[in-house]
Ligand binder design. Structure first.
Ligand SMILES: *[C@@H]1O[C@H](CO)[C@@H](O)[C@H](O)[C@H]1NC(C)=O
Ligand SMILES: CC(=O)N[C@H]1CO[C@H](CO)[C@@H](O)[C@@H]1O
Ligand SMILES: [Zn+2]
Length: 160
């Protein structure tokens, strides 16, 4: 009887340990943009608002996290990724309406305002995804940035 309980508890313990080993919450994004090795987050400005997840956007909420990145800067794969196709931020086209859906490290996420070199295939961490589009031409004076949004719209901040 004691032996059976011991075996049962061993299995339960193993199950608990393994659920945390596949948990993606330990993932950290590597540098996304040339010139910002520490993935500096966009703060707030009076004209356009804040870059944090959940920030107000009129009657909507900001469903991603903004990482500073200069117009034309190179955007890098933050870890080994698979490219899942085009993802755009706006219904009406403009100069920065491009981006990509990516997956890796158990996460699915999108990067907006990026012109990817390609939309399919795989990249290793640190390889070039593409370039930041001319954000200043659409939002003059904004701190230019990459918008990081999880495919399930959850908060990406814990990965930075
Ligand atoms: C992103 O790509 C994945 C994999 O193809 C797909 O399952 C998912 O629906 C896409 N998500 C969004 C929000 O486009
Ligand atoms: C080091 C650094 O901060 N580099 C760039 C980060 O992004 C901002 C905003 O686009 C640039 O102004 C910086 O040059
Ligand atoms: Zn954003």
């Amino acid at each position: 009887m004691i032996m059976r309980l011991y075996i049962l508890f061993s299995f339960l313990l193993l199950a608990v340990i393994c659920s945390s080993c596949v948990d993606a919450s330990g993932v950290t994004f590597g540098p996304l943009c040339s010139g910002n090795a520490s993935n500096r987050k966009r703060g707030c400005d009076t004209k356009y608002g804040c870059g944090n997840y959940g920030a107000g956007r009129g009657n909507r909420k900001h469903m991603g996290l903004d990482i500073e990145c200069a117009d034309g800067a190179t955007v890098y794969a933050p870890f080994d990724v698979k490219l899942n196709g085009k993802a755009v931020p706006y219904k009406n086209n403009n100069a920065i309406n491009d981006g990509i859906n990516l997956s890796g490290e158990g996460l699915c996420f999108k990067l907006f305002y990026v012109k990817p070199d390609r939309y399919t295939g795989t990249l290793k961490k640190g390889q070039k995804i593409g370039s930041l589009l001319p954000m200043q031409s659409v939002y003059p004076g904004i701190p230019s940035h990459v918008h990081v949004q999880m495919c399930d719209k959850s908060d990406p901040t814990k990965y930075f």
